[in-house]
Design a binder for this molecule. Structure first.
Ligand code: ALA
Length: 402
């Protein structure tokens, strides 16, 4: 069972913010990094640093082994093959890679891509921009009146590619990826999943999910910035051309052309973020060492408490699924009559960190008639005391702002 003691793994919790204990509820924007991960990153830089796949000296071989071991750890975490995992700098790069390499090679003018109105901008814009270049149509995934996908209408639509999040970064709603995959594959369509908000809160067994592409950012799962991975289904690796060209991804080069690797290493043009990949694997191992089951069950309790505390207040409007079991990780809300930035500033003065604004989901906010919202999002080190601190902060804001 997880207890508050876990916070001692994260030095940031020794800090005081405006004289208060740090209550970190901005995990959907970025999570905190355990000291163990920073120590492993530092050990790599201090004792093993060298380029990969390019040298025969000891350091280069060590570095190559550590980098490829990191790929194995990432693949194991997702329950996929090593040969299906490319390292990327974040989920945004994962989406752009598919939008600007796979789509031009496999879709044709007039084909349709579906995206949902509840996506992060990073899972809208790459498809929109690629569609402009390729002459594709971009349409919306149909939703029921609530926040669930309307499968009946979806299965009647004609499309070739669908991009959706596993979990919405604004609503916390969870999409049933296996079910979406079934609909897509019956039509011969491809499914891309933005797992950025799913990976820290759900099992993310990508083989079971059945999608064709899955991407996530390391910094949402306790790893350093600039790290992440893109899963490409085995049978689609050879259909996905390189995204960037340069050293480390070639078989041969002349002044006129290049012959490129066909395996997953073709996405490693230039010197990769070797230390980052190693630190990403370290964070995933840390997560596994605490135990996915322990983390998810604690988060479920904390989220349930967060949701019930917020939704029981008459002057608080909560967005997204009304049933706590249909959401993970976060609750977005507004204190009626108070701008989200004002509330977030008062909360900060009490040591409580939340995000305010549109959370890179302008279409979703606009669709709900909102200018902005406050978002409280949890991680493995949050407990009931953090939610109590948030609610006390909201009480103070009421007195100051209303
Ligand atoms: N994608 C991050 C968020 O939702 C930055 O806040």
């Amino acid at each position: 069972m997880l207890t508050e003691k876990i916070r001692t793994d994260f030095p940031v919790f020794t800090r005081k913010i405006n004289g208060n204990r740090l209550v970190y509820l901005d995990n959907s924007a970025t999570s905190q990094c355990p000291k163990k991960v920073i120590d492993e990153l530092s050990d790599y830089y201090l004792y093993h640093r060298a380029n990969v796949h390019r040298g025969v000296h000891t350091l280069s071989e060590e570095s190559t082994d550590m980098y490829e071991a990191a790929r194995k750890v990432t693949a194991r975490f997702l329950n996929v093959k090593n040969t299906e995992v490319a390292f990327v700098k974040n989920a945004t790069e994962g989406a752009n890679l598919i939008a600007f390499s796979f789509l031009p090679a496999n879709l044709k003018k007039g084909d349709t891509i579906l995206v949902s109105k509840y996506e992060h901008h990073s899972n809208i814009l790459p498809w929109v921009e690629s569609a402009k270049l390729l002459g594709l149509n971009v349409k919306q995934i149909p939703f029921t009146k609530g926040y669930a996908i309307d499968y009946e209408r979806l299965s009647k639509m004609d499309f070739t590619f669908l991009a959706v999040n596993q979990v919405s970064n604004f609503l916390g709603s969870v999409n049933d990826i296996s079910k979406i995959a079934d609909v897509c594959h019956k039509k011969g369509a491809y499914l891309f999943v933005d797992g950025a908000q799913g990976i820290p809160h759900l099992p993310s067994n990508v083989t079971n999910l059945g999608c064709d592409f899955y991407t996530f950012s390391g910094h949402k799962i306790y790893a350093p910035f600039g790290t992440g991975a893109l899963y490409i289904k085995d049978s689609l690796v050879s259909k996905t051309p390189p995204f960037m060209f340069g050293g480390g991804m070639i078989k041969s080069v002349t002044l006129e052309s290049g012959d490129y690797l066909n395996e997953i290493e073709k996405f490693d043009a230039g010197t990769p973020n070797i230390g980052g990949a190693i630190a990403l694997a370290s964070a995933l191992k840390y997560f596994e060492s605490i135990g996915k089951k322990a983390i998810f069950s604690n988060e479920e309790k904390v989220l349930h408490y967060l949701y019930s505390q917020l939704s029981s207040q008459k002057d608080i409007q909560v967005y997204g699924p009304t049933k706590a079991e249909k959401r993970v990780g976060l609750v977005s809300f507004n204190l009626k009559g108070v701008h989200s930035h004002d509330l977030a500033s008062i909360l900060d003065s009490e040591g409580v960190a939340v995000r305010s604004g549109q959370h890179c989901t302008m279409p979703a906010h606009k669709g709900l008639g909102l200018v902005a919202s406050v978002r409280a999002s949890i991680g493995l080190y949050n407990f009931q005391d953090d939610i109590d601190a948030l609610m006390e902060g909201i009480n103070i804001a009421r007195k100051v702002l209303k």
